[in-house]
Design a protein around this ligand. Structure first.
Ligand code: UDP
Ligand code: MG
Length: 314
């Protein structure tokens, strides 16, 4: 008889002590109705300062399907997810947040699609009712801008919650970059992709680890990791203004010939200087953004450091 396929649920955790218990209960309830699949539960402790690790260790004694990947410090969610996927041994993996914002009840639908032959099954958020207006608007603009610049584009309103076939997990290990914008990396990988819809609930306990400035940096990382368009656009901006300057110069030239010299406005000169200084600084800033990332990549540091992996005795 064939062995049942193993599904690795990968959960990055940073200070999620209040969520883990409820998360495991709900996930197990779902898997209780899926006797044809085996669960492997990979928790990544991403430098938690609360007792997340202790709680996980206690759980491990009772639940042998748990694996704990303890990172040496907080590396951020993207790195934690990469660590979890590297350690996962399943035939497919599903990254999930510990706060139950990714409902485990969707797993059977994902597995159904997987059985149909899809390598990736995305969970697409139908509504963003739980998010603030600012977050909703910024998300919308981010996707527009990103997809304008980057090929292939990101599917909108899709997070890390998705099913990945073993082929996809293996392909992922071949991408060595340090700037890990996982959504973009997943999109870049391609593969046969299906999608299912869901409504994203609010987090069950604790606080979001992504304040506005972190989201902004994350968006910048997304843009600069997958497109060089923001760099190249300055050539065209420069050419456009050079052309404008040339037209303006000709106008001044002919006006001087026909009407003589008058004293041109001091205000317009100042406006032009400040405007173009600002524009140039922005251009330099963008170059800096890429240069910084190139520097980080050039160091070739590992994406994460694992302190210890705990596995249950099966
Ligand atoms: N997370 C992590 N490392 C971090 C920040 C977050 O592993 O540095 C985990 C966190 O524990 C949670 C998931 O990433 O399981 C999503 O975080 P959160 O719910 O705070 O993000 P939001 O849903 O608000 O975007
Ligand atoms: Mg959350």
């Amino acid at each position: 008889m064939d062995k049942n396929p193993v599904i690795s649920v990968v959960v990055p955790c940073h200070n999620e002590a209040d969520c883990i218990g409820a998360f495991i209960e709900r996930l197990r309830r779902v898997f209780a109705d899926l006797p044809d699949y085996e669960l492997e539960l990979v928790f990544v402790n991403d430098g938690s300062t609360d007792n997340t690790l202790e709680i996980l260790k206690q759980r491990l004694e009772k639940d042998p399907e748990i694996v704990i990947v303890d990172l040496s410090r907080n590396f951020g969610k993207e790195a934690a997810l990469s660590a979890g996927l590297q350690q996962a041994s399943g035939d497919a993996a599903i990254p999930m947040d510990a706060d139950l914002q990714d409902p485990p009840e969707l797993v059977p639908q994902m597995l159904q699609k997987w059985r149909e032959g899809y390598d990736v099954v995305l969970a697409h958020r139908q509504s963003r009712a739980e998010d603030s207006l600012a977050k909703r608007l910024s998300a919308r603009w981010f996707y527009r801008l990103h997809n304008l610049f980057s090929q292939p584009g990101l599917p909108e309103n899709v997070g890390d919650f998705r099913l990945l076939d073993r082929r996809v997990i293996n392909a992922l290990q071949m991408l060595p970059e340090n700037c890990r914008f996982m959504k973009g990396i997943f999109a870049w990988l391609g593969f046969r992709t299906a999608s299912i819809d869901y409504d994203r609930p609010a987090r069950i306990a604790g606080r979001s680890k992504f304040p506005a400035w972190k989201l902004w940096n994350f968006a910048m990382e997304g843009l600069t990791s997958f497109s060089t368009a923001p760099l190249r656009v300055w050539t065209y901006i420069g050419a456009f203004f050079a052309l404008l300057a040339f037209v303006h110069a000709s106008i001044i030239f002919w006006r001087t010939i026909f009407f003589g010299v008058d004293l041109p406005g001091y205000a317009s000169l100042l406006v032009a200087i400040t405007f173009f200084s600002g524009l140039q600084l922005m251009g330099i800033g963008i170059i800096g953004e890429y240069l910084g990332r190139t520097y980080l990549e050039a160091k070739r540091r590992p994406i994460f450091i694992i302190r210890k992996v705990y596995r249950g005795e099966k």
